[in-house]
Write a protein that binds this ligand. Structure first.
Ligand code: 5GP
Ligand code: ZN
Length: 116
């Protein structure tokens, strides 16, 4: 078994609070939430980061699977009417700490502190 923590969560080998899953994507609650809703949307396939996803032969279909999952995850978390923020941290300066591409879906409160 891989030592990638998100691969292990996607495989059900370690527990997570999963709110949505399909054949390509799993979404679960972040262990250190920064807002009432803080989910991670993760392709099941191990791809290290957004740049690698963009260059991957299956990258477009994986990105499409993530995009398709967004409204379903937002609805499952109860933020489809109120709005949310979707964030990808890529690489060292981007603050990425887990080398398996993922998208933070954050909401459940007004997110006033905008970076830009
Ligand atoms: P990054 O910093 O790479 O953009 O985001 C990684 C996120 O994964 C962090 O927000 C961190 O709290 C979360 N995280 C790290 N380990 C685990 C874990 O074992 N389970 C869950 N649910 N989240 C995790
Ligand atoms: Zn992985």
């Amino acid at each position: 078994m891989t030592d990638c923590i998100f691969c292990r969560i996607a495989a059900g080998a370690i527990p997570a609070d999963i709110v949505y899953q399909d054949d390509d994507v799993v979404a679960f609650r972040d262990i250190h939430p920064v807002a009432p809703v803080h989910l991670l949307i993760v392709p099941r396939k191990h791809v290290a980061n957004l740049l690698e996803l963009a260059g991957h032969p299956d990258g477009v279909s994986l990105a499409q699977a993530v995009l398709r999952a967004v409204p379903r995850v937002a609805a499952a978390a109860g933020v489809d009417q109120t709005g949310f923020r979707l964030i990808n941290n890529c690489g060292e300066d981007g603050g990425q700490t887990i080398s398996h591409v993922h998208f933070h879906l954050i909401g459940g409160r007004s997110l006033g502190e905008k970076l830009l």
